[in-house]
Ligand binder design. Structure first.
Ligand code: NAD
Length: 265
């Protein structure tokens, strides 16, 4: 019998308490990994840790941290290194929808909040991984971007979100080239509509009718492949592949996982 792919390896998953991050944390643990669960919400984090505990005792290690907080993130990476001894992969996944509405009425702070969490949090997740991965002689970083901002621009009013998601793909490519010399791979994944809790993070302006577009778009549920939204596990499988040695020659790419949704609009 072959050993699990992540036996003896340590993976950080940000936004590990819900949705795509939780599904990935579970899969990493099932594959033998030590999983550091980075999460803002303590209740979600604890429930994720318990789920991992039932897979393998001690496989989950919680860090309550805001990914956009530099000091908190630096300390959390240090804690993971001390607890598990090293770092092999990071799934930089935490994100929010944030402000949705007319640009004309949006405040700069509302715009910045989404950028800070989605882009700033991703930047810190990559930055603080580098010294530990250099020590290890390599590593893999997977960033959760989106189809929004990457070929799909029909989520009207989601300008901060789509901007952050476009920036993530550009950053992944820049980082992939810069870090190749250390054998650190960086890739982005672009999910379509996935059934998670992310809609709770949408802060919608009541004046959306001012920017409504007089066109009918196919609804998110009309996926060509499955006829439904994607499942977090269907995204997590891709993240685990990109974090594993099976993708050892893949870096600087972005892969869409959307059941064909973005082919329509
Ligand atoms: P989710 O809300 O179900 O899970 C995200 C988790 O991240 C939550 O547990 C939340 O508490 C945590 N989180 C939020 N802000 C944080 C912060 N500042 N610091 C630490 N943790 C934080 O959402 P999800 O859909 O699983 O989203 C995960 C990623 O997938 C996001 O980057 C999102 O943009 C991306 N994505 C989601 C979809 C979708 O349709 N659900 C589509 C494309 C991309």
């Amino acid at each position: 019998m072959t050993a699990p792919r992540f036996e003896g390896r340590t993976v950080i998953v940000t936004g590990a308490g819900s949705g795509i991050g939780l599904a990935a944390a579970v899969k990493f643990a099932q594959e033998g990994a030590n999983v550091a669960l980075f999460e803002l919400d303590p209740l979600r984090a604890e429930s994720a840790r318990e789920e991992l505990e039932s897979i393998r005792a001690g496989s989950g290690f919680v860090q309550i941290v805001d990914v956009s907080d530099p000091d908190g993130m630096e300390a959390a990476y240090r804690n993971v290194n001390e607890h598990f001894g090293g770092l092999d992969a990071v799934f930089a996944n935490a994100g929010i929808n944030g402000a949705k509405g007319p640009i004309e009425h949006m405040e700069l702070d509302e715009f910045k909040k989404t950028i800070d969490v989605n882009l700033g949090g991703m930047f810190l997740s990559v930055k603080y991984a580098i010294p530990y991965m250099k020590q290890r002689g390599g590593g893999s970083i997977v960033i959760t971007s989106s189809v929004n901002g990457n070929g799909r621009y029909s989520s009207v009013g989601m300008s901060p979100y789509s901007t952050s998601k476009a920036g993530q793909v550009a950053f992944a490519k820049m980082a992939a080239l810069e870090l190749a010399r250390y054998r650190i791979r960086v890739n982005a994944i672009c999910p379509g509509a996935i059934s998670t809790n992310i809609d709770e993070t949408t802060e919608e302006d009541a004046r959306m009718d001012e920017i409504a577009i007089p066109l009918e778009f196919p609804r998110g549920g009309d996926h060509p492949l499955a006829g439904r939204h994607g499942l977090p596990e269907e995204v997590a499988d891709l993240a685990v592949f990109l974090a594993s040695s099976e993708s050892r020659h893949v870096t600087g790419t972005s892969i869409t996982v959307d059941g064909g949704e973005s082919l329509l609009f």
